[in-house]
Design a protein around this ligand. Structure first.
Ligand code: OOB
Length: 546
């Protein structure tokens, strides 16, 4: 079995196969089957490209052959750092067909995160873009090549100077080769590595198998009633589990539906796209759901094709949940999911009240959920407790993380989600908080510890505690509480800290939006730093925005 991968116990794997969840189909074959059935239909659209299933299928074969020529082999890891562009889809299926594992970084990640991911996965290749939003990414690619010993290739999409660049517009430039026969990878082995939100420092890697991820995507596609007439719009970063496979791009491929990749989620840009492409389904995080709900009144576009908006990633405020269906003229589905596996969702037939007030229930009949107190004992229905889960698409261990795994899983294989939930009388779950130390900035997950470690390198910072503070727009914002080294001329503000973290190659979504300086820490009864007291203090102060 692939190194660093913790498989399901044989008897459980057998049960999932017998139930028809795991079908032994490698992910690369999902596209092959779609091309056979819907070859002439549109599969993938971005600002400059439109590919049919047949074309996407053929391009994936050609890029798989090109990667094989570069020396990428089955089982190798490839760090994928692409925005919402058609190249992502081609590369993803090319890697699936090769049996090489994409490591799906977010577009916002920078050198600090990418180096960590490269080293942890021992990636042999990095694929990024030459330029993103006016920022030249080629120095980043070169820096990674120098810094990461395992890396043999850094490919930059759209780079006129890179002989291996990928570019749909130029027929995939030099990376594409005539297809070569490739053996199917083992469907019960890992197909890709997703990123965890990270609570203890840097992100962990989540191995998802061909079998489990195909089931994940198919189940969500069925639940959302996706068919060949649907057009799925991805506005969230496509390397994130939600727009990728819940049902996302993979679910759309399974159903013969098109996927439109948008690089921007702002209503004046994306609403006309919905109108032009007749988008039917999309996935949003709560701040975007709130923005779209408001914008429907002032952006002039025909949104009548939209039938379903999924919202997840963070708690959706109830007023937004109640307003959204009327404002956007569609159904709402709340999704409580995690890259680790378990997906809960409200169902199309649920009462409006359930859709507005709960995060739904698990999508598989074989998802097992326990809601437990601090001693691990199950709490009665209606009481809050930590959600533990195992099932046919929930990981049994992070990749290459045996010590962390010993804490993150119960001895009988339940994943400790760190989320505090309550089970409502009709079965729906409501997320009421968390026990993990993680900040959820409108769906973007930030590990306080990771940011604290960076801040300690600032010359004016003696000690740092990073907390999440309630925020009207984001749900939570990132706040740095600092003890300064003896009296610098002026305390660093968010802009200065942002610049500092930028210099350290830290993704912008982790930069503190608020800074509090203290001379002594509030302490708990047992003498630990009292984060709750700091949160109360920070929440009482006027918001300092960047
Ligand atoms: C999704 O995945 P991740 O891995 O970025 O984050 C998972 C965490 C959960 O453990 C929970 O803390 C939070 O994000 N979360 C929610 C939520 N959905 C996720 N908290 C409250 N309400 C919700 N509806 O975020 C993700 C993956 C697949 C589908 C949807 C979201």
């Amino acid at each position: 079995m692939a190194d660093g991968f913790v498989p399901w116990p044989a008897h459980e794997a057998e049960r999932y196969r017998r139930a028809g969840h795991w079908r032994g189909t490698p992910l690369g074959r999902l596209l092959r089957d779609a091309a056979a059935e819907h070859g002439g239909r549109t599969a993938l659209v971005d600002a400059g490209t439109r590919l049919t299933f047949a074309a996407l299928d053929a391009e994936a074969d050609r890029v798989a052959a090109g990667l094989a020529t570069l020396g990428v082999r089955s089982g190798d890891r490839v760090l994928v750092h692409l925005p919402n562009r058609a190249e992502f889809g081609v590369l993803l299926f090319a890697l699936f067909r090769l049996g090489a594992l994409p490591v799906l970084a977010l577009p916002g990640h920078r050198e600090s995160e990418l180096r960590h991911l490269c080293d942890l996965a021992e990636a042999v290749a990095y694929v990024g873009v030459a330029e993103l939003d006016g920022e030249d990414h080629r120095p980043l690619a070169r820096a990674l090549l120098t810094a990461c010993p395992s890396l043999r290739h850094a490919v930059t999409v759209g780079d006129p100077d890179d002989p291996d660049a990928l570019a749909v517009a130029t027929g995939w430039a030099d990376l594409a080769r005539d297809p070569v026969p490739l053996p199917d990878p083992d469907p019960s082995g890992p197909a890709l590595l997703l990123l965890s939100g990270g609570s203890t420092g840097l992100p962990k890697l989540i191995p998802r198998t061909h079998d489990d991820y195909a089931y994940n995507a198919r189940t969500m596609a069925v639940l959302c009633g996706l068919g060949p007439a649907d057009v799925h719009l991805a506005v969230l970063p496509i390397g994130h589990n939600f727009p990728l496979a819940c049902p996302g791009l993979l679910g759309a491929v399974t159903a013969g539906a098109a996927t439109v990749l948008a690089g921007n989620a702002s209503p004046p840009e994306v609403f006309p796209l919905i109108e032009a492409e007749r988008v039917t389904v999309t996935a949003l995080v709560p701040p975007l759901a709130a923005l779209w709900t408001k914008a429907a009144a002032w952006v002039d576009a025909d949104l009548s094709s939209l039938r379903l908006v999924q919202v997840g990633g963070a708690r959706l405020p109830e007023p937004v949940a109640r307003e959204l269906p009327g404002a956007l003229g569609c159904d709402l589905q709340q999704v409580f999911g995690m890259a680790e596996g378990l997906l809960c969702a409200t169902r199309p037939g649920d009462p409006a009240e359930t859709k507005a007030t709960t995060q739904g229930h698990p999508v598989s009949p074989d998802d097992e959920v326990r809601i437990v107190d601090a001693d691990g004992a199950e709490v009665p229905d209606g009481e809050p407790g930590e959600l533990l889960t195992r099932g046919p698409y929930t990981l049994r261990g992070y990749y290459r993380a045996p010590e962390h795994n010993a804490r993150a899983f119960t001895p009988d294989g339940f994943y400790r989600s760190g989320d505090v939930v309550r089970r409502m009388p009709e079965g729906g779950l409501v997320v009421v908080g968390r026990v993990k130390e993680q900040i959820n900035r409108g769906g973007e997950k930030v590990s306080p510890e990771e940011v604290e470690q960076h801040l300690l390198h600032h010359p004016d910072v003696a000690q740092a505690v990073v907390i999440g503070v309630p925020d009207d727009v984001l749900g939570e914002r990132v706040c740095a509480c600092l003890v300064l080294t003896q009296a610098p001329a002026s305390a660093p503000d968010p802009a200065a800290l942002g610049e500092f973290l930028h210099g350290r190659g830290v993704a912008a979504f982790k930069w503190p939006q608020q800074v509090e300086t203290v001379t002594t820490w509030p302490l708990t009864g047992v003498g630990k730093i009292d984060r709750r007291a700091l949160t109360v203090l920070a929440a009482g102060h006027v918001r300092t925005t960047r």
